[in-house]
Design a protein around this ligand. Structure first.
Ligand code: UDP
Ligand code: MG
Length: 309
């Protein structure tokens, strides 16, 4: 029998654990027909509520439910990585605990794997029920990424993805600390089939992503998959050099030909402020990359496991 590993990252999802299981089990007959066994690995990302107790309760009832519990909140990226490490299946799927990734799509996804695809990914075609400002920035992010990164990152892509063991091993071989899995999927390659679906609103509880968290996550994505900001800093530097050079020529001509004394203390200060601002900005960009490199060099583990069942 082949095995399907289901990875479910959970951070304060006590209300959703049992609901997710119930929803997932509805596809049981499909699995039986396909001679497919399953294991559900809930990754508790340092929840402060009763998530762990809920998972343990499920484990008592069904031995195919497993848990990896973190010592603190390490973030969804770390949770998915831990899931990939613990998955034993021939196929692996990652799903949100809040049922925003409908398990009812699994049979269709599986049919494409049988047709020879290495991975079946999903994207939502709309962002119904999401704050408009959030959707706006999300769209801007994907547009920017398409321009500045060679790795394909699809707009509206979810982390809901079914993969073969081979692809999961490839993802695990990418050991970087600053993880941006949406980019890593594209980077490792393999044949991917994209399925689209209408956005489903979160069943219970609140989203764990604040605007600020998403914003820093997007910067992570840009820096992990593009060095364009560094090039941008150099180009800006060159532009300002050219501008300064032209200004020098203008001033020399003005003084020699028209006998104009060079004056303008205020304008000088403005220019000084502008240039030093640009310099600091560019140094900041370099600093960001340096700090990322610093974290990578430390080689800290991506997560710390506290309990495993
Ligand atoms: N999640 C996690 N760690 C975090 C934040 C979120 O494991 O630090 C999990 C969360 O429990 C959920 C999934 O990641 O199963 C997606 O989170 P959420 O639904 O809050 O994000 P959204 O769907 O709003 O993008
Ligand atoms: Mg969600």
């Amino acid at each position: 029998m082949r095995l399907l590993s289901v990875i479910v990252p959970c951070y304060n999802e006590e209300d959703n654990i049992a609901d997710f299981y119930a929803e997932f089990i509805k596809s049981k007959s499909f699995f039986e027909k396909k001679e497919l066994d399953y294991e559900i690995i809930y990754i508790d990302d340092g929840s402060e509520d009763n998530t762990v107790a809920e998972i343990k309760k499920l484990h008592e009832a069904d031995g195919r439910v497993h848990m990896v519990s973190f010592s603190r909140n390490f973030g969804k990226e770390a949770a998915m990585y831990a899931g990939f490490e613990h998955a034993k299946g021939d196929y692996v799927v990652t799903m949100d605990a809040d049922l925003q990734d409908p398990p009812s799509m699994l049979p269709e996804m599986f049919s494409y794997i049988e047709q020879g695809y290495d991975s079946v990914a999903t994207r939502r075609v709309n962002r119904k029920g999401e704050p408009p400002i959030r959707s706006f920035f999300a769209r801007m992010f994907y547009r920017l990424m398409r321009r500045i990164s060679k790795t394909e990152i699809v707009d509206g892509a979810r982390d809901y993805r079914l993969m073969t063991k081979q692809m999961v091993d490839a993802i695990l071989s990418v050991k970087e600390y600053n993880r941006f899995t949406k980019g890593i999927y594209g980077w490792v390659g393999f044949r991917t089939k994209w399925l689209e679906f209408e956005n489903v609103e979160r069943k219970k509880g609140e989203t764990k992503w604040s605007f600020w968290k998403l914003f820093t996550y997007s910067l992570e994505g840009i820096m992990a998959f593009s060095t364009a900001p560094l090039a941008f800093a150099s180009i800006l530097g060159i532009l300002f050099c050219i501008l300064a050079f032209l200004m020098i020529i203008v001033i020399i001509i003005k003084t020699l030909v028209f006998g104009d004394p060079t004056s303008g203390w205020p304008s000088m200060i403005c220019i000084l402020c502008l240039i030093s601002g640009v310099q600091l900005f560019c140094m900041g960009i370099i600093g960001q990359y340096l700090s990322k490199a610093y974290m990578e060099v430390k080689e800290r583990p991506i997560y710390i496991c506290k309990e495993e069942i």
